[in-house]
Ligand binder design. Structure first.
Ligand SMILES: Cc1cc2nc3c(=O)[nH]c(=O)nc-3n(C[C@H](O)[C@H](O)[C@H](O)COP(=O)(O)OP(=O)(O)OC[C@H]3O[C@@H](n4cnc5c(N)ncnc54)[C@H](O)[C@@H]3O)c2cc1C
Length: 286
């Protein structure tokens, strides 16, 4: 097995594009190294992207925030301003594993591992995050909801890597939240995850919403019907009921020992409502 750690994007892309056998990007390694140890993957080439400055930076661009794909959950949490603007994205990233795992685990790795239960992905989708990819054909932008196609299946082409995520500018009275259900208090995979981002007008009426659900289908879902169910409301009880119904209708979960189809569907409805109420409360005070 060959290990390379280039310090430019072009170098990383050239290595991955020219690889003969199986090639993998290495970010924090909290999925990849575990899978290698379990003999689930056996790459011929590993390209460590952590020396590439663009993948490690957090920058503000005209009110938007660009987060490098190899920024860790711990670095996100410690950022002095990001938590105020995107509390849901930060809380989702910091639900990943333990303190030790958060010191390594990255947003890019969480997305590119291709798990429908990945915690940061519903929060990024609710936020309207766009992934910037670099590959042999140049750069392109893809909404995060279009990156994952199914379990372990990504829309990335050979040689392409996720470089960063762009979070859009926040209007006044906007905020977000992420909640997940796990049977324990930590260190577990989401049975259901819900991300909600809201914008309110001066009278606390919802003017913009994005709702995303994790672990209830083969990929993390953006649920526009759930957003439509609450836009124009103050998230009063009838709007909450519509939100629950839309979330429930979107679910196509697996049925396994961690949660039956019925259970996951019920939990998705409840979590969507609770997450929206937290986002609403935060948005009111912004
Ligand atoms: C003890 C433990 C607890 C965990 N708990 C959780 C949890 O609660 N919630 C959760 O969601 N996950 C959890 N995980 C899984 C894992 O920590 C996360 O998915 C993490 O975000 C992966 O990031 P990473 O940087 O370590 O990825 P890596 O392991 O480096 O990479 C993961 C995959 O993505 C690919 N990849 C990485 N970066 C890129 C990129 N920029 N472009 C293209 N491909 C890329 C790699 O080739 C690999 O296939 C846990 C893992 C462990 C070991």
């Amino acid at each position: 097995m060959r290990y390379e750690a280039p310090d430019t994007l072009q170098g990383a892309v050239a290595l991955l594009a020219g690889a003969k056998g199986e090639a993998r990007v290495l970010a924090g390694g909290t999925d990849l190294l575990v899978q290698m140890r379990a003999d689930l993957v056996d790459p011929d080439l590993i390209v460590d992207i952590k020396r590439i400055p663009e993948t490690r930076a957090i920058t503000e661009e005209n009110g938007s925030w660009r987060i490098g794909a190899a920024v860790t959950g711990a670095e996100l949490k410690e950022h002095p301003r990001l938590k105020k603007v995107w509390p849901g994205v930060i809380e989702a990233a910091n639900l990943i594993g333990s303190t030790q795992v958060q010191g390594r685990a990255t947003l890019g790795g969480n997305l590119c591992n291709g798990s429908p239960a990945a915690d940061s992905v519903p929060a990024l989708i609710a936020a309207g995050a766009v992934a910037t990819l670099a590959g042999p054909g140049g750069r392109r932008d893809l909404p995060v909801e279009d990156v994952m196609l199914g379990p372990r299946k990504l829309a990335l082409q050979k040689g392409e890597i996720v470089v960063s995520f762009l979070l859009p500018p926040r209007p006044l009275r906007s905020s977000d939240a992420y909640l997940r259900f796990i049977p324990r208090t930590e260190m577990d995979i989401a049975v259901v995850g819900a991300g909600v981002s809201l914008t309110l007008d001066a009278g606390s009426v919802i003017t913009g919403a994005r709702v995303s659900l994790g672990a209830v289908a083969a990929r993390v879902l953006l649920v526009p019907e759930a957003a439509q169910a609450i836009i124009g409301s103050r998230l009063d009880r009838p709007a909450q009921d519509r939100l629950e119904a839309a979330a429930r209708a979107a679910c196509r979960p697996i049925d396994d020992k961690r949660g039956t189809t019925e259970f996951r569907t019920d939990v998705a409805a409840v979590l969507a409502r609770r997450t929206a109420l937290i986002a609403l409360d935060r948005a009111r005070s912004n």
